[in-house]
Design a protein around this ligand. Structure first.
Ligand code: MRU
Length: 381
């Protein structure tokens, strides 16, 4: 069964990457794609944390949504335990908050419950700032005027659901703002997966391609396989193929030969964190493509929501790059391919200096030649 559903009279595609239904966080398990389309109902904070760590749910915006839903889930469980009515769930994205009585609930209990979830989720993945941005957004609801515990819980739920719905709108705007860079007949290279699976369902880099396709443009996409976890081979090609966009998958180390053969017109990718000076953390291998773009005089576009900017980080040097288990490289298809006792280098991301980036496409517009001053004034707008 296809997981693409259509919005606005067949105009827009959205993938059911993540949702909050009846006291559970529902995700499509991305580790099983494309072979199996399995949806998981995550019922505890630990299950959400595990899903983020293991990349069952992944991609900066989707991680942010998962984190906010993880906090809500912890609150849901606590309120269930506090209610004499034994409810099966308290929150649902469509129904909102169900009205049960919670006689023993206090602001202090709510704060402790959210703090527990925040601390747990902060340890899952360090690089995508969207995770921390979403956790802080939920937690800061506690700093508002509301002093009634029941109404405060309702506001927390509303904030979590807003993070999700705002993200969908953001992605549609990113698509519209970036589509002008896509011309008929172009060959476009993308890396990792910055599509619907990495977001609330529409994508950042791939939203640009979906919008261009909707505008009637014809183009071809090359998707790097993206070792070691193959987000390009497994996920990007899965999405693009379903949306009728021509896609070819290549080994990461074939990219240079494509540039040399004159077969790449532009590169477009997403981001996990953008420093105040415009340096971009994205999936390992993005820096190599940036250097190829420079060598072959091709533009590199980064598509990302404003929530991916971290104005507290001066430059890419200060971005914490996640190092992942060597087993991701040591094993291929369940078989060991690296001898025992050999060291393995497995950073999940690299940093592309701002000088290599032609433009950053956001929901608010495009930052051409991103540098510290342009970014600061753009963010202030
Ligand atoms: O390790 P992942 O799969 O979470 O890495 C994802 C990426 O690097 C994406 O390019 C990035 O998060 C942007 S997603 C819109």
């Amino acid at each position: 069964m296809s997981k693409l559903i259509l919005l606005e009279g067949n105009q827009r595609m959205i993938i059911e990457t993540i949702d909050y239904r009846k006291g559970m966080v529902r995700i499509i398990d991305q580790t099983l794609l494309p072979g199996e389309e399995i949806f998981l109902n995550l019922c505890t904070l630990d299950e959400v944390a595990e899903a983020i760590c293991s990349l069952r749910v992944r991609g900066a915006p989707a991680i942010g949504i998962a984190a906010s839903y993880g906090m809500l889930l912890n609150l849901d469980k606590m309120l269930q335990a506090e209610s004499a009515e034994n409810p099966e769930y308290i929150f649902d994205r469509e129904e909102g908050m169900n009205s049960f009585s919670f006689p023993g609930i206090s602001i202090e209990k709510i704060r402790n419950c959210l703090l527990e979830a925040k601390k747990r989720l902060e340890t899952t993945r360090p690089t995508a700032v969207n995770l921390f941005w979403a956790l802080n957004r939920i937690f800061s609801v506690l700093d508002g005027e509301e002093k009634d515990p029941g109404r405060l819980c309702e506001l927390i739920a509303r904030e979590a659901f807003n993070i999700y719905t705002e993200e969908v709108e953001t992605e549609i705007k990113i698509g519209k703002n970036g589509a002008r860079y896509i011309k008929d007949g172009m060959n476009i290279l993308t890396h990792c997966n910055a599509g619907g699976l990495a977001t609330a369902g529409y994508g950042t880099a791939l939203a640009v391609l979906y919008t261009a396709k909707k505008e009637g443009k014809e183009f071809s996409v090359y998707a790097d396989e993206t070792r070691p976890l193959l987000q390009g081979a497994r996920l990007t090609s899965w999405e693009l193929e379903r949306s009728g966009i021509k896609v070819s998958v290549l080994c990461d180390n074939a990219a240079a030969s494509l540039f040399a053969a004159g077969k790449i017109d532009i590169v477009i990718a997403g981001a996990d964190r953008i420093a105040a000076n415009g340096d971009v953390a994205n999936k390992i291998g993005t820096l190599g493509l940036a250097i190829l773009c420079k060598a072959y005089r091709k533009p590199l576009y980064i598509a990302a929501p404003l929530s991916t900017f971290d104005m507290n980080i001066e430059s890419g040097d200060d971005i914490h790059v996640e190092q992942r288990s060597g087993d991701e490289i040591a094993y291929l298809g369940g078989r060991r391919v690296v001898p025992e006792n050999v060291n393995i280098y497995n950073p999940a991301f690299d940093i592309t200096p701002a000088e290599h980036i032609s433009s950053i496409i956001t929901e608010r517009g495009v930052i051409e030649n991103p540098r510290r001053e342009q970014i600061a004034s753009f963010i202030r707008r």
